[in-house]
Design a protein around this ligand. Structure first.
Ligand SMILES: [Zn+2]
Length: 681
């Protein structure tokens, strides 16, 4: 069982691979942040928990700019910001969460899901109206606490055959944590302490009750550690052990195949590692992720097939992931970045956030759908079952309760992402973890307040410029994540090249005395890469840096429903051919694509076919037998190479996130005798 000092010694030995010149400061490539101590300014793990490799900054420290800010503004102008108008679960006056006695209606997960993202949206945007509205709900919820610590809906106390249902409190605790991180309101700490004392009074068996609470108790664990790190009350560690002992055994295996449960639950063992120090617990999240993706994630975009569950035999990219699964997976990957310090988790977060999440919503964020797939050609309102596990509407876009969980839970996606663009490090530095235009104001070095402005068109451009503002010189390390697709990043400081030789999935650590106006330019050279997916019929996908690409298809939006003209529902139909295979250069497949930048700048909403800031051109041939099936679901992939007697055509590809209609997994066009004709399937 490794102790902390061994763990950090390992980091240091692996870390100091390179140093550089005095002009640029000390530059090294490291696996994780270096540490022999803990950050002096921000809350991380207290002993005996594993030391934190990263620290979350207080919400509001990071001001997102550029396209990410626009996504948040659209969320405010769109469904999340106005969900109280259209969701039956968000009626303040009769809600069991806001009633002082916990009586009323709708006392389950929906309101907590929404408030968790809605509040954070207000805090991230520094929006007074949203913040005040969130506070109204939060104060009412806090006022419902009983003497024994229980708060919120009283019916939940006997929801599970007379026993308490602990699940809906997990997302509401998240909402309260963010409220505390923003306001410092001490009543939150008091409420948490009383609630967890109540939980701790439950018998061990209570933590294995019910389906959702048992499977998702990793969320409960996270909130217990959050409070422990603020109070140091050691009985909370006893509670954490009870929760872990009772909950589903994600530390042993993938024990449930519901997509949202996977997206939330797979990390639970690695969370508990912070207390157990058991290397098997540390490894469990990565092992679970690999197990799921080795079978169900064999296509680009960072998602997996789980519609509603991952089902044996259903691995074709015409299946997809629920919007709740997307945002929970993003959140889990962010948590694992902070827990393990491993850059692969930030990479995985970015993959699904940039390639899959945007297409789960309409471009104005006023509606969403349940299932987003890598290959998805008609988004009509009719059933897709049994190709998709659930019957009924799954693909069309709607703001209404037909997608009851996602409608509320989608709110956390972009706010949580924006909150962790930057992280603090144990050596009193700052790390650019997820790249996006932003400003961060934080304490670093010896306690100086510094502001770093990040200018970039990432992920559509390869250069990120950081400008430091500091009232007085400050010495601290600046960490820059090197993504897995980037073979060698380039760093210059105040115009002087560092000569650093980086490697994928590492951090470049730049330490020097920073002066007001200093600048760092990071270039992450992007390359075209073609990937063949042997487990999905040898189909191909293409990426350029962090972005995976889909065929550009003319999308025709058609509204339906019409019960509220301000909130239409949409079907989307293809108005151009889509059934193309790729004609690739055998020896150098990537040379078959050309990168095109339609404009010199990246606009505020880059996730549409018309505004995509980077496109690819290629040659394709139509495959006449590749058609929609009887439910308007795209036909399954057939083994590549495929014969086609159709003419070569130039085709255009756009980032997956910009494509609501998608072909991201392409058959390869070949010649006889290796290639076979396509059959109808
Ligand atoms: Zn959902």
């Amino acid at each position: 069982m490794p102790n902390m000092s061994c763990f950090f010694a390992f980091r240091v030995v692996c870390g100091l691979l390179l140093s550089a010149t005095a002009a640029v400061g000390q530059i090294a490539v490291v696996e994780r942040p270096l540490s022999t101590s803990s950050n002096s300014f921000y809350v991380g793990n207290r002993p005996p928990l594993e030391s934190s490799p990263f620290y979350k900054l207080p919400i509001g420290s990071i001001i997102p700019r550029g396209w990410l800010r626009r996504q948040l503004e659209m969320e405010r102008e769109g469904m999340t910001g106005h969900l109280e108008q259209i969701s039956p679960w968000l009626n303040f006056t009769n809600n069991a969460w806001t009633d002082p006695q916990g009586r009323g209606q709708n006392g389950w997960e929906e309101m907590p899901y929404w408030l968790k993202g809605y509040g954070d949206l207000g805090y991230v945007l520094h929006d007074q109206a949203l913040t005040s509205e969130a506070e109204k709900w939060i104060k009412a919820i806090m006022a419902s606490q009983r003497e024994d610590g229980w708060f919120g809906p009283r019916d939940l106390l006997k929801n599970l055959s007379g026993k308490p249902d602990l699940w809906p409190h997990m997302p509401i605790l998240n909402a309260l944590q963010s409220y505390y991180e923003t306001t410092g309101d001490p009543r939150v700490i008091a409420l948490f302490s009383r609630y967890f004392k109540w939980e701790n009074s439950l018998p061990q068996s209570a933590f294995g009750e019910g389906y959702w609470p048992k499977v998702r108790a990793g969320d409960n664990l996270e909130s217990v550690f959050w409070l422990y790190n603020r109070t140091g009350d050691t009985w909370l560690l006893d509670l954490a052990r009870k929760i872990h002992a009772g909950m589903a055994r994600w530390d042993v295996d993938v024990i449930n195949w519901h997509n949202v449960n996977v997206a939330q639950g797979f990390r639970a063992g690695t969370e508990f590692w912070m207390l157990s120090h058991d290397p098997l617990h540390l490894a469990s999240a990565g092992r679970n992720y690999q197990k799921v993706f080795d079978t169900y994630g064999q296509f680009p975009g960072g998602g997996f097939v789980g519609d509603e569950n991952s089902r044996p035999g259903c691995t074709d990219p015409r299946g997809g992931i629920e919007t709740c699964g997307i945002v929970e997976l993003m959140h889990s990957c962010q948590m694992l970045t902070k827990i393990t310090g491993q850059p692969v988790w930030a990479d995985r977060c970015e993959d699904i956030a940039l390639n899959t999440f945007p297409a789960s919503m309409t471009p104005d964020e006023k509606a969403l759908h349940y299932i987003t797939c890598a290959n998805q050609i008609v988004l009509d309102r009719n059933t897709k079952s049994p190709e998709i596990q659930n019957g009924g509407t799954m693909f069309s876009y709607s703001p209404y309760e037909v997608y009851r969980c996602c409608q509320h839970n989608v709110s956390q996606g972009w706010p949580y992402y924006a909150e962790e663009l930057w992280l603090a490090t144990p050596d009193n530095g700052l790390c650019a973890s997820l790249y996006a235009a932003s400003e961060v104001t934080a304490k670093a070095g010896n306690g100086e307040t510094v502001k770093i402005t990040e200018d970039t068109g990432y992920p559509f451009r390869d250069t990120v410029k950081f400008t430091i503002a500091a009232a007085r010189p400050a010495r601290f390390p600046l960490y820059l994540r090197v993504p897995r697709w980037c073979e060698s990043a380039e760093v210059s400081v105040n115009g002087a090249a560092s000569g650093v030789k980086s490697r994928p999935l590492a951090f470049i650590r730049c330490e020097r005395e920073w002066h007001d106006g200093d600048s760092v330019v990071l270039r992450l050279p992007m390359k075209l890469a073609v990937r063949r997916w042997e487990k999905n019929q040898g189909a191909a996908s293409v990426s350029y840096g962090p972005l995976s690409f889909s065929l550009q298809i003319k999308e025709r939006f058609a509204s339906y429903g019409g019960h509220n003209p301000n909130w239409p529902e949409w079907e989307v139909f293809p108005d151009s051919p889509w059934n193309y295979g790729l004609v690739l250069d055998d020896k150098n497949p990537a040379s078959s694509f050309k990168v095109v930048w339609p404009d010199s700048t990246v606009g505020p909403q880059p996730f549409t076919p018309e505004t995509a800031p980077v496109k690819l051109t290629a040659v394709g041939r139509r495959i006449p037998n590749w058609q929609l099936d009887a439910h308007n679901v795209i036909g399954q992939l057939q083994p590549s190479p495929v014969l086609s007697d159709q003419p070569d055509e130039q085709i255009t590809l756009i980032p997956m996130g910009a494509a609501r209609l998608r072909v991201s997994m392409f058959p390869i066009i070949g010649a006889a005798p290796a290639a076979r004709p396509s059959t109808v399937k």
